[in-house]
Design a binder for this molecule. Structure first.
Ligand SMILES: Cc1cc2nc3c(=O)[nH]c(=O)nc-3n(C[C@H](O)[C@H](O)[C@H](O)COP(=O)(O)O)c2cc1C
Length: 205
């Protein structure tokens, strides 16, 4: 049996951080092994417990919190990742990736990633942040290194403005991730019918 593909999911500090929970579930249901790494700012928006439960793996929130083994977790995860997916990706994190800043677990994993591993970025930010020449330059730098993108979409933004900067729907982000990993999308479980309890096995214990 082949190993499940390993997705390291970076969650950054955005009003859309909570959407990464559904993204985790979608990828797990498609057979991916999902490891979640959160920035310090992401912790202001959502608790690691959500990701620990949905991914069924410990969540990395601190570069110095080395629970198991001798090898730093960020190096191990960078070695194991087939895909580093950052969703949502803030303007700050895009800048850090472009400049090679490595001051937390997520940015260290990004720098230590195997060259064969893919990088998929799903930005979410205010439209002016996305259009700012600094962000445009960072996006161009990351494009030059082969980064893949999912979004951003345009529309009404959480900050009250309208423009480009909305996080793509998580289903589209998951589809792009699976396609980069060469995984054929499995149809999801049928939705249980309202009012009907799930079928029980007739066998006695
Ligand atoms: C309520 C709130 C929502 C925010 N949403 C975003 C966002 O969607 N995108 C973004 O780039 N920054 C957003 N920020 C700012 C980031 O949290 C800030 O730049 C932070 O330093 C990002 O750190 P990180 O990239 O390490 O997670 C938001 C801040 C607040 C207070």
């Amino acid at each position: 049996m082949s190993h499940p593909k390993c997705v390291v999911l970076g969650v950054t500090g955005s009003i859309d951080s909570h959407k990464a929970a559904d993204l985790t579930s979608l990828l797990v249901k498609q057979g991916c092994s999902v490891r979640v790494v959160m920035t310090a700012d992401a912790l202001r928006f959502i608790t690691p417990l959500v990701f620990k439960t949905l991914s069924r793996h410990p969540v990395v929130t601190d570069l110095y919190d080395e629970a198991e083994g001798w090898q730093p977790t960020h190096i191990r995860w960078a070695d194991e990742a087939d895909l580093l997916l950052i969703a949502p990706a803030t303007a700050n994190t895009l800048a850090k990736l472009a400049l090679g800043i490595a001051d937390d677990a997520l940015s260290c994993i990004a720098l230590a990633l195997r060259p064969e591993a893919k990088l998929l970025l799903a930005p979410a930010m205010n439209g002016k942040m996305w259009q700012h020449p600094a962000t445009r330059a960072h996006v161009a730098t990351l494009n030059g290194r082969g980064a893949e993108w999912s979004g951003p979409d345009s529309g009404i933004l959480s900050c009250g403005y309208e423009g480009v900067g909305r996080l793509e729907p998580v289903e589209s982000i998951a589809a792009k991730a699976l396609s980069l990993l060469g995984i054929r999308h499995k149809p999801s479980d049928p939705t249980p019918q309202a009012g009907k309890p799930p079928r029980r096995s007739r066998r006695r214990a």
